[in-house]
Design a protein around this ligand. Structure first.
Ligand SMILES: O=C(O)C1=C[C@@H](OP(=O)(O)O)[C@@H](O)[C@H](O)C1
Ligand SMILES: C=C(OP(=O)(O)O)C(=O)O
Length: 439
């Protein structure tokens, strides 16, 4: 029998009758996995990646690099050996390049393809084909790239050969690590210096990894400057566990009475961990311990405790941009009102995350008032019900946690895309004591 199409997969989540307990190592960091396989492809020499996220998003990036002529082996699950072709070694693809559901893949690859002497086309699924791409096309065109988008400024993105790109100084209007990374990657293929200034600092994996691979790059909070033509050296990468995946179990352990959970070997880039600050403001009990001998990895211990609503500081929003669906669930289970503002970017993710969370929580009996750039979430009891995810992985996982706290079972529709970022989510949750049934 054929597999159930992802759009038809659903979960039934039973209210949690016992506390959650144990230790979890969640899968590899998605942001790091995308970049590791992409940058290693452009490097001189062979790079070995361990802890690679075996998710649909990061596999799409690896597949695209293979279509561009890069040899990538899979010695074991979660490992890749990448035979870098050097800065000027990519080859013209003979078909469209499919980024699936991944905004990171599409926007970062755009930076690479803008600087090539061959034509190419990036395509994506229905969700990705609705997301704004003018945010990368504008600066890349300013550098001299020839790019055409659909009439709604969305994918497919077509790249035509242009002359040599020119470095620019770009003041980015949105706080987006994807836009910053696209411009920097194009800068590798440009003449002169490419400089980017951000409205608010965002995750800096691109800067850190390019520097580690030998690129001539300077960076600090909210700015980066790269010398065109910088060659990259192959590098071995150990991908940490993904904080954004860990976030679901962290919030579940805060909320299910009596729980104590440890999330191990998690990457803690300070531009990713805003959720911890907000949960602590709400009264969460969370301890962080460095992993011995691995300064960049941390174990996170969470103990259940009552939470109170807060005003999420606007300056924290970019540091927790992917964690709002699960924060909305924490807010629904807290006493009082949690206010989110300055988060309009949530409306252009895999789904309109403000609208989908508000809709689903209301279905479960929670009072939510939407604003253009956020919401007021009123804590209170949740009853059971049936919620839709619009195919958004983080909405699906957030409502799985809500289901543990609801008074009756919660059915979650269209959960197949959880495979994009967190393969093994259901199995991980069952090892800590949750009951999520795939139906
Ligand atoms: O650079 C990255 O790896 C990412 C950046 C963020 O997107 P934006 O740059 O659109 O904020 C984030 O939402 C996404 O999950 C991953
Ligand atoms: C927004 C996300 O990813 P992307 O932009 O890569 O699709 C996410 O994983 O929540």
């Amino acid at each position: 029998m054929a597999d159930t199409p992802p759009s038809l997969k659903s979960w039934k989540v039973a209210p949690c009758k016992q506390s959650l307990a144990g230790a979890l190592r969640v899968p590899g960091d998605k942001s790091v996995s995308h970049r590791a396989v992409m940058f290693a492809s452009l490097a001189d020499g062979v790079s070995h990646i361990r802890g690679f996220l075996e998710g649909e998003d990061t596999r799409a990036t690896a597949r695209v690099m293979q279509q561009l002529g890069v040899g990538i082996d899979t010695p074991a699950y979660g490992e890749r050996r990448v035979h870098g072709v050097g800065l000027n070694g990519l080859m013209a693809p003979n078909a469209a390049l499919d980024c699936g559901n991944s905004g990171t893949a599409m926007r970062l690859l755009s930076g690479v393809l803008a600087g090539q002497s061959f034509s190419s086309v990036l395509v994506g699924d229905a969700s990705l084909s609705r997301r704004p791409m003018n945010r990368i096309a504008t600066p890349l065109r300013d550098m001299g790239a020839r790019i055409s988008l659909s009439s709604t400024d969305t994918a497919p993105i077509e790249f035509s050969p242009a002359g040599k790109l020119q470095g620019i100084r770009y003041r980015c209007p949105v706080a987006s690590a994807q836009v910053k990374s696209a411009v920097l990657l194009a800068g590798l293929f440009a003449e002169g210096t490419t400089e980017i200034v951000e409205p608010v600092p965002t995750r800096n994996y691109t800067e850190v990894m390019l520097a580690e691979m030998g690129a001539a790059i300077e960076y600090g909070d909210g700015f980066a400057r790269l010398q065109g033509g910088s060659r990259l050296q192959a590098m071995d990468v150990e991908v940490p566990a993904d904080f954004s995946s860990a976030a679901f179990a962290i919030v579940a352990a805060c909320l299910v009475p009596g729980s104590h959970l440890r999330l191990t070997a998690v990457g803690m880039n300070p531009r990713r961990t805003g959720l911890l600050d907000v949960l602590r403001m709400m009264g969460a009990s969370i301890d962080i311990t460095p992993v011995q001998g691995r300064t960049e990895l941390f174990d996170i211990d969470v103990q259940a405790s009552p939470l109170s609503g807060v005003d999420v500081p606007v300056e924290t929003v970019p540091d927790m941009i992917d964690e709002f669906p699960i924060l909305f669930v924490a807010a629904a289970c807290a006493t009082g009102i949690t206010r989110v503002r300055g988060a309009a970017e949530l409306r252009v993710k895999e789904s309109d995350r403000i609208a989908k969370m508000a809709e689903g929580l209301r279905t479960l009996g929670v009072r939510v008032e939407e604003t253009a750039d956020g919401a007021d979430i009123h804590g209170g009891a949740m009853h059971g019900g049936r919620v839709d995810t619009d195919g958004d992985h983080r909405i699906a996982m957030a409502f799985a946690v809500a289901g543990l706290l609801a008074e009756a079972p919660v059915r979650i529709e269209d959960v197949g895309n959880v495979e994009t970022s967190y393969p093994g989510f259901v199995a991980d949750f069952s090892t800590i004591g949750a009951n999520i049934e795939a139906i």
